[in-house]
Design a protein around this ligand. Sequence first.
Ligand code: AHR
Length: 515
Amino acid sequence: TADVTVTVGPTPLADVPPRLFGSFVEHLGRCVYGGLYEPGHPTADSNGFRRDVIELVKELGVTCVRYPGGNFVSGYRWEDGTGPREDRPVRRDLAWHCTETNQVGIDDFYRWSQAAGTEVMLAVNMGTRGLQEALDELEYVNGAPGTTLADRRVANGIPKPMGVRMWCIGNEMDGPWQIGHTSADEYAAAVDRVAHAMKLAEPGLELVACGSSSAQMPTFGEWERKVLTKAYANIDFVSCHAYYRDHGHVTRDAAAMQDFLASAQDMTRFIATVAAQADAAKAANGGERDIKISFDEWGVWYADVWNAQEDRRMADSASGLHTDPWPVAPPLLEDVYTVADAVVEGSLMITLLKHCDRVRSASRAQLVNVIAPIMTVPGGPAWRQTTFYPFAEAAGRARGDVFVPRIDSPLVHTATYGEVPAVDAVVTWDAATRRGLLLAVNRDLARAHDVAVALAGLTAGAAGDGSAATGGGADAGVSAAAGDGADASASADRTVAGGGMAAGSAAGAHLAVVR
Ligand code: AHR
């Protein structure tokens, strides 16, 4: 018998935003070089991109990819990556202390995106650059032929404007590690100016202002208030970034693992705080339009690159100079994920869906090799991490509208978040195809839970006429729920022991359950 009940009501929260299943590609480690791009690889296409990786990206269901950073963008000159490869400059990348060969740039990434079937989302450099360079890049990328920069793109083999709509104005500009990091007031004025000018060029752009680098930053909240109030008229999104990890993974501390499993509590609070600041900015401007959230970096991240950088700085400080050669695309942040990590990422995906009235875009960070669901072996195969599966399950099947169900669940105790429901869940329903999806997660380290799912409210309301459903529609399970008030039920076994989110099927309704 079920100890958890998931009850779906008739009122949808919002439509499923396709961009919620976005990802992130940064010039960092082996994400681009050796990940997307490996010209000598047996599967490489004529542009040098690995076809096996492209196939996995399609299988993952990624819709939109943010590029080229991340911290990298704050020192990037976009034009370095255009034109004949042999003429491109080689630069020092201060963000990751690597050598950037520029063998991949905007044009190449655009071609890759076309092959992968993904939308491009670009970030402009607000660290070492600003307004003029952002406008130049926009003209190069989206301009109609007939002006110098647009014609340069045409000469580089891309005759039509790329049509990139979504642009991030900088990256994590509050972070002391960021090249050109700045104060909230300075960034607020700068993002307002850049966004205003970009929209003079193209009013239909969707522009993202940097939020705080994380909810742990000392200026979190105040940064959002200042930036969003100043730039309200010209921006559409504010960014959120959050990474989680099991702080007890070395010592196998059960309490830390239980906290980790409940990481979505933090994401929920984070979204609520940023939404409140966005609403305050809207009120202060007497506005009518909501600023949306672009959760454009999220995921599980263990590798401690910051300590490695600190160690190097300490070593360098002995001589005061860094004169060693900087590596080209070394392996960095190549986390290998566990089943528990996949459970948490599934739980975070559920949370994004449950807030998709506000979170209209999200990018799981990153896509290949760097804290990624897809890994590559040089010259060899590409493979899926555990974290690949919950993302693919949601991206492949969540369509139509999102329903936030009522969940009656036993609570589990966490040190950080207090008592939290053991089970979390979300439902999507596509009226056009009459297909639904239930994503559920068991966050209880100690025990399994049996889940009963009541779909009657859904079929009575959003799914339309119950009679058509009972009359033998595509979803027999949903029909039964509508006609008889019957419940679908699924068993959720131990989260950690058995493995992440697996797709199952109960009474015709597609269920994703934790085993
Ligand atoms: O995704 C890795 C890094 O995390 C990004 O470059 C930066 O934006 C964030 O701090």
